[in-house]
Design a protein around this ligand. Structure first.
Ligand SMILES: Cc1ncc(COP(=O)(O)O)c(C=O)c1O
Length: 389
C-alpha cells in the first residue's frame, strides 16, 4: 500500500482466541470432533414469538425502512416497562437509545465521553474490546489489577488510588466477562460514588443481565440517572447475530448521543428492532427464564468438575456463562496449555491473555454456553488429558 494507516491501529490487538477458533475449524475440517468452550455465544435460538415477529415485520414491509436514530419508540418503551417490571426501576423511554448490539452502545458511549489522552479505569481482567474502544478514540485504558478479594471488579479504593488529573471515568461490567462475577450492590454503589465525587463518568455494561444465578438481578440504573448503562439482546435473549442492544444515558447526554447515532449508522437494524419487541411478551420471558435455569444447571455441573480436575476457581461465578479458572497447577502458561488441550482433546478454551495482563499466563476462560452432553464430554476429555500430562 502506498498510504499511511492511522496510528491508533497500533493500540488495537486482535482477539487471541481467534487463533484457537481458526485452528479448531481446521481440525473439524480434517474430521476431528471439537467442543467449543471458547465462544461467548449462547447455544439457544431466538424464542419462537421473536422469530414470528421478524417474519411478520418482513412480510408486512414494516422492516423495510430506516427507523429513528434512537430506535423504534415502541421498543424504547418496552425496555422502560421491562426495567419497571423486572427491576422496579423507573427509567423514562426518552433516556433509552437502541443500538447495534452492546458493541454499538460502547461505541456511542466512548465517542461521547472519551477525548484524547483521557484515562478510563477498568479492571484487569475485563472484556478485551473495552480497552480498544477507548484507544480507538485516542484515550488511554488503564487496567487495574483486580483479584478474587474484589470479585475481579473495581472497588472504590482502587478508584481513589488510581484516579489522576487526566482520568475521566470507569468502565465496569456486571456480571463480568471473563470472570462471570457480579459486582455486589454495595461495592457498585461505593465505586460509582467514588467516581461521581471526582466528577467522572461510570459506564456499566449489563449485557449479561438476567443471566444471574444466586441473587435476584439488579441494575446500576438504581444508583442515579448519571450512570450510563449498556445492554444487549445478544445474551439473555439469544439474538447475537441480530446485532441489537441498548444504551441508557443521562437526559443531557441524549441529544449528543442522537447526533452520533445519526452520523455513525443512521439507525439500528429495523428488522431486528421489530422482532425484539416480542422479547418482552410473557411467552418469550418465560422461555428466557427457563434457559437461565438451564445455564445455572450447567454452571452447577461445570464448576465442581473443573475444581475436581485441578483448576482453581477463586470466586464462584454467579452470572454470565463463564468460569475463569486458574490452571497454574497444571501448566506454567495458559496459552500453551490452551493450544495443547485443543490439539490433544479437541476442547477449545480461551487463554487469559485476551482479558488483560495479570492473569494472562494463569487463567483460562471456560464458556458453558453449550449443551450438558457436550459439557460432560469436554470434562471427560480434559480428565483424560490431565491424567496423561
Ligand atoms: C462484556 C461484553 N460487552 C459487550 C459485548 C458485545 O456484545 P454485542 O455487541 O453482541 O451485544 C460482549 C460480547 O461478548 C461482552 O461480553
Amino acid at each position: 500500500m502506498n498510504f499511511a494507516l492511522a496510528q491508533r491501529l497500533q493500540q488495537i490487538e486482535p482477539f487471541h482466541v481467534m487463533e484457537m477458533i481458526k485452528r479448531a475449524g481446521e481440525m473439524e475440517q480434517a474430521g476431528r470432533s471439537v467442543i467449543y468452550m471458547c465462544i461467548g455465544e449462547p447455544d439457544f435460538s431466538p424464542a419462537p414469538p421473536v422469530l414470528a415477529a421478524a417474519q411478520q415485520a418482513l412480510q408486512s414491509g414494516a422492516a423495510q425502512r430506516y427507523t429513528a436514530a434512537l430506535g423504534l419508540q415502541a421498543l424504547r418503551e418496552a425496555i422502560a416497562r421491562h426495567y419497571h417490571e423486572a427491576f422496579s426501576v423507573d427509567v423514562p423511554a426518552a433516556r433509552i437509545v437502541i443500538t447495534a448490539g452492546a458493541s454499538g452502545a460502547l461505541l456511542l458511549a466512548c465517542a461521547a465521553l472519551v477525548e484524547r489522552d483521557a484515562e478510563v479505569l477498568m479492571p484487569d481482567p475485563s472484556y478485551p474490546c473495552n480497552r480498544h474502544f477507548i484507544s480507538a478514540f485516542n484515550g488511554r485504558p488503564v487496567l487495574i489489577p483486580s483479584g478474587p478479594e474484589d470479585r475481579f471488579q473495581l472497588s472504590a479504593a482502587m478508584v481513589s488510588a488510581n484516579w489522576r488529573e487526566q482520568t475521566r471515568g470507569v468502565l465496569l461490567a456486571s456480571p463480568s466477562n471473563p470472570t462471570g462475577t457480579t459486582i455486589t450492590r454495595d461495592q457498585l454503589a461505593q465505586t460509582v460514588a467514588a467516581v461521581r465525587q471526582r466528577g467522572g463518568f461510570s459506564v456499566v455494561d449489563e449485557i449479561y443481565q438476567g443471566l444471574t444465578y444466586d441473587y435476584p438481578p439488579s441494575t446500576a440504573l438504581e444508583l442515579g440517572e448519571d450512570v450510563v448503562v449498556i445492554n444487549s439482546f445478544s445474551k439473555y435473549f439469544n439474538l447475537t447475530g441480530w446485532r441489537l442492544g441498548w444504551l441508557v444515558v443521562p437526559p443531557d447526554l441524549l441529544p449528543e448521543i442522537e447526533k452520533l447515532a445519526q452520523n455513525f449508522y443512521i439507525c439500528p437494524s429495523s428488522m431486528a428492532q421489530h422482532a425484539a419487541l416480542a422479547c418482552f411478551t410473557p411467552e418469550s420471558l418465560a422461555i428466557a427464564e427457563q434457559r437461565r435455569q438451564e445455564m445455572r444447571q450447567r454452571r452447577d455441573y461445570l464448576l465442581p468438575a473443573l475444581r475436581g480436575l485441578g483448576f482453581e476457581v477463586p470466586v464462584p461465578p454467579d452470572g454470565a456463562f463463564y468460569v475463569y479458572a486458574d490452571c497454574s497447577r497444571v501448566t506454567a502458561d495458559a496459552t500453551v496449555f490452551c493450544r495443547d488441550v485443543l490439539e490433544q482433546t479437541g476442547v477449545a478454551l480461551t487463554p487469559g491473555v485476551d482479558f488483560g495482563e495479570v492473569g494472562a499466563r494463569r487463567f483460562v476462560r471456560v464458556s458453558y454456553a453449550i449443551s450438558m452432553a457436550k459439557l460432560e464430554e469436554a470434562v471427560h476429555r480434559l480428565a483424560n488429558y490431565l491424567d496423561r500430562a
